[in-house]
Design a protein around this ligand. Structure first.
Ligand code: SF4
Length: 66
């Protein structure tokens, strides 16, 4: 699975890095920095949870093979 954050849509609420700091970092202005674009299997559930909780639907997940 790969993850992408649309920074044009993101408003910097920070739920993604609060829920999954292993994958989502934070820049100086509170916007997310994706540290690993390709997600390890053990992190997928947390990344899915972060994406589901993004108020702006700014996180896109691409499943393997798509
Ligand atoms: S939860 Fe969504 S809107 Fe908030 S910082 Fe993360 S990507 Fe941006």
């Amino acid at each position: 699975m790969k993850v992408h954050v649309d920074l044009d849509t993101c408003c910097g609420h920070g739920r993604c890095y609060a829920l999954c700091p292993e994958v989502f970092g934070e820049d100086d202005e509170g916007y997310p920095l994706v540290s690993e674009e390709v997600i390890e299997a053990k992190q997928e559930a947390r990344v899915r949870r972060a994406a589901a909780n993004c108020p702006e639907a700014a996180i896109t997940l691409v499943e393997n093979g798509e």
